[in-house]
Write a protein that binds this ligand. Sequence first.
Ligand code: TRP
Length: 448
Amino acid sequence: MAKSFHAQWSSRMTFILAATGSAVGLGNIWRFSYLVGDSGGAAFVLVYLLCIALVGLPILVSEWMIGRRGQKNPINSLAELARKNGSSQAWILVGVSGVLAAFLILSFYSVIGGWSLSYTLSSLTGDFSGQDAATIEGLFGALLESPGMLMLWHTIFMALVLGIVAFGVNQGLEKAVRLLMPALVVLLVVLVIYGMFSGHFGEALAFMFAPDMSAFTGDVVLAAMGQAFFTLSLGMGIMISYGSYLGQEVKLLGAARTVIILDTVIALLAGLAIFPIVFANGLDPSEGPGLIFVTLPIAFGGMTAGWLLGLIFFLLLTFAALTSAISLLEPVVEFLEERSPLSRVPATVVASFAIWGLGVAALLSFNLWDFTVLFGLNIFDLLDTVTAKILLPLTGLGAVLFAGWVLSRDSVAKELGLSGGAATAWNVAARFIAPIGVILVFVFNLVG
Ligand code: TRP
């Protein structure tokens, strides 16, 4: 991202690439598949898709709209629009909670980014070639048990993010998204085809798409909603920030559709690639955060030249993780830059160091600090839960309420190019469906 707040995207395409670069990341492949496995499959997938369409889309558009109208960073955009519209300054809490969420998410995100880096190297050195499922599970177990290795990879990942943000080379990365994102899709398709022939594809399809009514528990519904926020990078202000560089000519609904379709297709492909391997090898779908790291290497290990495909896959995954991680660090840096005497590079170093430290606590949850701290969760799970299930939905709720109730109806309809029934539909979605959806999920979780 450019440093000045009034810069603009050079084209609609650059904007979409940046938003997609933020949205598509570990969330689509690592987090989506592990949650589907952990939350009983199809019930999760169904609620997730509903949340993307009914909650995610209105919130994504609301965040962009707030940014484009405010033309500033998320906190200042909200402050200014609230003042202009005669509303309370308390709305800036939405921006503050977003910065906090970014800080917390990046700490554990970087740990998983480190796993992806580590698996890139293991593919290159042929560690998976010809190995059976048990050996490959063992390799992952060994990584988890080694605080030193986890710390090394987490440090390398965080250093890469720091370097990219500090030196502002993000622009170049956004261009690379154009090439590497389709490459990731192609590779996932190859894995899905592999699953069709050598996995238990039918079983995987049923697991992902044939819900069993008893599986719709409060927990599953909350997890699915949290994932919808996480995967679209909502509730953190980053989309507000991206909107602030947006010219008036860009159509928000069309852009949102493009980003959402890409993001969702990648997640579903990842699921279709992973579950046939899970069932074919008798692995446990509820294995947890390690799911892709024990399943995909089994597929790569069994293919001719699988090491090369594995290498490319983990490289692309690491790249997708980096472009998302940058979008997580950026708001924290902007916040520090604005509210402390630090200039950009020192602000980036300070933010990264603090995030890195919290990440170390997160990675120790897999070994030395394997104890529960709160609500039966260890530090890693707690960070993930507090952000995805609480902070992101609440912040996103704030953004859509702001767009629905504080911004004037007419100006919004005009901005979105809607009239008549379509304008009413937007209004109902932003004022009622999305907010009530979020609130209902919270209530359902408390009682279910
Ligand atoms: N959406 C990214 C992913 O799926 C992660 C991410 C980047 C994110 N920025 C975010 C999540 C902001 C929540 C909020 O991997």
